[in-house]
Design a protein around this ligand. Structure first.
Ligand SMILES: [Zn+2]
Length: 163
């Protein structure tokens, strides 16, 4: 009888672990973010915290309150001249999504979906949490780009609604 009780107990623990992990997963279920362009989502910033946590989790980063969250703006909130000045590409003809790491600002282009926000959050974590200074490393942003592209793709496949 005692042996049986032990077996049931173990079974309950196993079931609980399975249920808990399922619950943790369904909290971040697939297809939860709209496949719309950012410019067609006036409320797009409502998703930013959730996306930030998903990316942090994927990168194995623990978010702390000591490090300020980035400010998020769209390309409508910045002129082409400002963009050129801030990126160092003075003759820039078009604005693209970008992480201005010295200002801790993420710029997202209105023509893309939320996966680009996941991409820029990777750069935020690389700089603010992993303490990588793009100006101090060989290849600069080119070195940081593969990880951002990989996570952007992962985010797109797992969390953007399929239409
Ligand atoms: Zn990038």
């Amino acid at each position: 009888m005692k042996k049986y009780g032990y077996f049931v107990g173990s079974l309950l623990i196993v079931m609980c672990v399975i249920l808990c992990s399922t619950a943790a997963y369904s909290q971040f279920s697939a297809n939860q973010f709209p496949a719309k362009k950012i410019k067609d989502m006036p409320n797009y910033k409502e998703y930013s915290d959730e996306i930030m946590y998903l990316v942090a989790n994927r990168m194995g980063i623990r978010i702390t309150n000591d490090i300020p969250k980035p400010k998020i703006i769209t390309d409508r909130e910045i002129t082409i001249e400002e963009f050129g000045r801030l990126t160092g590409h003075l003759g820039a003809k078009a604005k693209c999504s970008y992480y201005f790491y010295k200002l801790n600002i993420i710029l997202v282009s209105g023509d893309v979906n939320l996966s680009v926000l996941a991409h820029e959050f990777v750069h935020y974590f690389q700089v603010q949490y992993k303490k990588i200074d793009p100006e101090m490393i060989l290849l600069g942003w080119d070195f940081l780009e593969p990880e951002a592209l990989l996570i952007e793709d992962w985010f797109k496949r797992n969390f953007i609604e399929i239409k």
